[in-house]
Design a protein. Structure first.
Length: 257
């Protein structure tokens, strides 16, 4: 991994939006609007996917599907997924400006990587319309990758498909996939990297997998923090991660140390 030349970051939960809170809030609200109360585990399980795929996945979950059938008398299908997505997109777009600030350490580490010759790419589960809100705010606050690609650039094939990573590799002019490290905060991110044949790593603190706000995380005791971090790290490793970093600062030390 010492020959890495490109780092491809995810967005929400990895470089912006500590805890990946914006999508969670929107998913919760849209299902509640249909009288279904999803659990946090159900909401966060598919995190990292293209958002319509996320909704499709939730609707296929046994408990949610049963609740839907009890309430509406039939299984939810593509028509229902599209209806939910329409509401979801509207809700998410309205709150995204409040969830686009870079996470602690991101601006400093990315600047250091650039000064040392690394190229910075990115992939996301957001659409172009969503990124048109997130990217300019993040840039204003000091974080802007060299390129970013959403599933809109890959015929709606988001994670765990590898195509957004391939678009990054093409745009950045990289010949060898083993010069590339994909970094994200969900199991879908890890699988995306593995499917592309690049190195794949997880960021633990502030991740969707951990699911805590910055304030909630900082309120934990050191012992509680370590326990939560190890639980998330184990999930990344079980998904095939080549490396796990608690923070982006740890990633920086690994690549630059």
């Amino acid at each position: 991994m010492k020959k890495i030349k490109v780092v491809i970051f995810d967005w929400a939960g990895t470089t912006v939006d500590f805890g990946c809170m914006a999508p969670v809030q929107a998913f919760m609200e849209v299902f509640k609007a249909y009288g279904i109360e999803p659990t946090m585990e159900e909401v966060r399980g598919p995190m990292g996917m293209l958002k319509i795929d996320h909704i499709r996945t939730m609707l296929k979950m046994d408990r949610i599907k049963t609740c839907w059938m009890e309430k509406y008398g039939k299984e939810p299908g593509e028509e229902e997924a599209q209806q939910l997505y329409g509401i979801f997109e509207e809700k998410l777009l309205s709150i995204l400006p409040n969830f686009s600030d870079p996470k602690p350490g991101v601006v400093d580490v990315v600047n250091r990587l650039r000064r040392n010759g690394f190229k910075i790419g990115s992939t996301t589960g957001y659409t172009d319309k969503m990124m048109d809100i997130v990217a300019p705010i993040a840039e204003e606050k000091g974080y802007a990758p060299d390129v970013w690609f959403s599933p809109d650039s890959t015929n709606q094939k988001g994670r765990p498909y590898p195509y957004m990573i391939f678009r990054n590799i093409e745009a950045l002019g990289i010949k060898k996939v083993r010069r590339v490290l994909k970094v994200g905060d969900t199991v879908s991110d890890i699988k995306e990297g593995k499917n592309a044949g690049v190195w794949s790593a997880g960021i633990v603190v502030g991740s969707s997998e951990m699911g805590l706000t910055l304030e909630e995380y900082e309120a934990l005791s050191e012992e509680e923090k370590e326990t939560r971090c190890r639980e998330v790290a184990d999930r990344f490793l079980d998904a095939g991660a080549d490396k796990v970093f608690y923070t982006i600062e740890d990633l920086g030390e690994f690549l630059l140390g």
